[in-house]
Design a protein around this ligand. Structure first.
Ligand code: ARG
Ligand code: ZN
Ligand code: CA
Length: 344
């Protein structure tokens, strides 16, 4: 497999070499997309009771292995994303410094609303979560993605200016309830095969079901198969009222998973210091943080943005996306982008 990554990287370099000069400049920082970055490099937390380990990344690893076309598609998504971000700073394009920095990449999409279908798949009455619990999750998503969460005020001075209003909102489009004798669904997308997504081109589909193994949730990145597109979340970690379990009882598992669904990586890049999350304003880190870290937490010679939704800390201790993450998420809604079909 490694050989294929390298040849794709070389193909990309050749492709870029063939562009006109202006585009060369545009893509200067993005020339080679190393697809090996798309794989998990560490097994950080095998020993923990509640396994927070990245099941979104595990699922991606499996899908990439099973499906070479997906590999190519995700490459294209990454290429388009970096091109969009790099285009920032071009004359007449909103000005500012180079792409991926602390300023959001301008676009004219305004506030983007994502309609959400929730599939509640339950094997007991606890798992058949209430409408109020579902509503609480939608509220958390709206607060977090619009920087209306009150805890963002906890951001240290170093990171406060980077906290972003992503200008993405969520509206509940429908709830489906299914009784099932399956008590544990795992992460192999069986729940999606049994209860298929509804119009995933235009709607975020969320399955709320017991996953098992202490897994909180997992998401599919943009560019994947529509039949498995969406987010799976365990009922105890969905929303902030009702059948919820501390310390993941503030709805932030969904904020994190929807971050993946909108193309965000973990802030440590799923590897050591040199591995990247493809976002310039999130400092490099060596691995996930857990619990509620004290500031500053230093790794790779910089302070970790432990309070970022894409780290693994407790719900109460994560409260921001960065401006660079905002640009990366919004890139996939641009014309030709992997989720452009959600813009009406
Ligand atoms: N580990 C999970 C994943 O990456 C989610 C982690 C969510 N963290 C939280 N504090 N809720 O798929
Ligand atoms: Zn994750
Ligand atoms: Ca970064």
């Amino acid at each position: 497999m490694k050989r294929i990554f390298l040849s794709l990287a070389v193909a990309a370099a050749v492709l870029v070499g063939c562009q006109d000069n202006e585009k060369n400049v545009e893509l200067a920082q993005e020339q080679i997309i190393d697809m090996s970055d798309f794989y998990v490099h560490t097994d950080a937390d095998q020993s923990r009771g509640v396994s927070e380990s990245c099941h979104s990344m595990r699922v991606l690893n499996r899908q990439l292995k099973e499906n070479p076309e997906l590999y190519k598609k995700m490459y294209d998504v990454e290429y388009a994303t970096r091109k969009f971000i790099a285009a920032k700073g071009k004359p007449g394009n909103g000005g500012g410094n180079n792409g991926g920095g602390s300023e959001p990449t301008p676009d004219n999409l305004g506030v983007i609303n994502i309609p959400v279908y929730v599939h509640v798949v339950y094997s007991n009455s606890n798992e058949n979560i209430s409408d109020a619990q579902i509503a609480s999750q939608i509220s958390v998503l709206n607060e977090d993605f619009r920087k209306q969460n009150s805890d963002v005020s906890n951001a240290p001075a170093e990171f406060a200016p980077l906290a972003a209003d992503s200008e993405i909102t969520f509206s509940l489009a429908g709830t489906f309830r299914y009784a099932s004798s399956t008590t544990s669904w795992g992460t192999n997308d069986a729940v999606k095969a049994t209860y298929p997504p509804v119009t995933p081109e235009t709607h975020l589909n969320v399955w709320v079901c017991n996953i098992g193994g202490g897994i909180l949730g997992y998401a599919q990145f943009p560019g994947g198969n529509l039949a498995t597109d969406g987010v799976v979340c365990a009922p105890q970690f969905f929303g902030k009222t009702g059948y919820v379990q501390a310390p993941f009882n503030k709805g932030r598992t969904m904020t994190h998973e929807v971050g993946h669904y909108l193309n965000l990586r973990h802030i440590w890049g799923d590897g050591r210091c040199k591995q990247d999350d493809f976002v310039a304003d999130t400092p490099s880190s060596d691995g996930p943080n857990y619990g509620c870290p004290t500031y500053p937490t230093v790794n790779c010679r910089t302070n970790d943005m432990t309070m970022n939704y894409m780290d693994y800390v407790d719900d109460a201790c994560m409260y921001m996306f960065s401006e660079g993450q905002k640009s990366r998420m919004r890139a996939i809604f641009q014309s030709g982008g992997a989720r452009a079909s959600m813009i009406n």
